[in-house]
Design a protein around this ligand. Structure first.
Ligand code: PEP
Length: 258
């Protein structure tokens, strides 16, 4: 199975800089690599970047979020179908910054996931506990609750278009990373959850990414874990050199296990 390394540029860069970053990433990603690279720039740049991007079957584009509603009177929103119509392949759903800073409830996350799948996008569903939940030992319960809510009613077939991203909130943008063991333990629990609900084959085929201060110096160790299938990268995705080094670490981890 191929890994995924996805770069979440968050609310950073102006158009000229976004274009420069895209060009540098495209230059560095081999078409024959073992990793699917996904770029999630700010929404205003998506359409232009998708059109300008050179051909590279290893790279595709994602939205950082989408509306949970269909088209209509929702000022400021954009739908999953709109993203799909401009050549975007996937969308982040339920990123902790959306949940915490923009009040996305479990219900809203589930609506967005449904909308993404119905529009033909791959949903990259983010889950993860906060520091208090981790320290009180409630992290597994929290993550499984998030998955239960968001994935309720998702069919076996639809699970082919779901990627999961475990992102402990205490590790996002903090420079503090989950240890490889902590990541593996949670990824394994997530895979077991998928197995219980959709069966062994789907569990084995679902890619589970780690996110949270992932950088060139720690990516190799994290990606070497058996249940980690790549990463969702924030800060380090803003530098082409760092991001490409993480893509290399992903390719390397797959070469070592084949
Ligand atoms: C993220 O925003 O998904 C993320 C993982 O950020 P960072 O890599 O900066 O912690």
């Amino acid at each position: 199975m191929r890994n995924i390394v996805a770069g979440n540029w968050k609310s950073n860069k102006l158009m000229v800089e976004a274009r420069e970053l895209m060009v540098a990433v495209y230059k560095g990603v081999s078409v024959d690599g073992l990793t699917d690279v996904i770029l999630a720039p700010p929404a205003p740049f998506l359409s232009a970047l998708v059109l300008e991007a050179p051909e590279n079957k290893s790279i595709s584009w994602a939205g950082q979020q989408c509306s949970g509603y269909e088209m209509g009177a929702y000022t400021g929103e954009f739908t999953a179908s709109m993203l799909h119509s401009i050549g975007v392949c996937s969308v982040l759903i339920g990123h902790s910054e959306r949940r915490d800073k923009f009040g996305e409830s479990e219900e809203m996350v589930a609506m967005k996931l449904r909308s993404a799948l119905d529009s033909g996008l791959t949903a990259i569903l983010c889950c993860g506990e906060n520091l208090g939940e981790r320290e009180s030992g409630g992290h597994f319960t929290r993550v499984m609750e998030q998955l239960k809510h968001a994935l309720h009613g998702v069919s076996e077939k639809e699970m082919e278009d779901v990627v999961l991203a475990y992102e402990p909130i205490w590790a996002i943008g903090t420079g503090r990373t989950a240890s490889a063991d902590q990541a593996q333990e949670m990824h394994h629990a997530i895979r077991e959850f998928i197995k219980e609900n959709w069966g062994e084959m789907i569990a084995g085929n679902t890619r589970i990414l780690y996110g949270g201060s992932c950088k060139p110096s720690n990516a190799g160790e994290i990606f070497a874990q058996p249940d980690v299938n790549g990463g969702l990268i924030g800060g380090a995705a803003l530098s082409a050199a760092d991001f490409l080094a993480i893509v290399d670490a992903s390719d390397q981890s797959l070469r070592e296990t084949h």
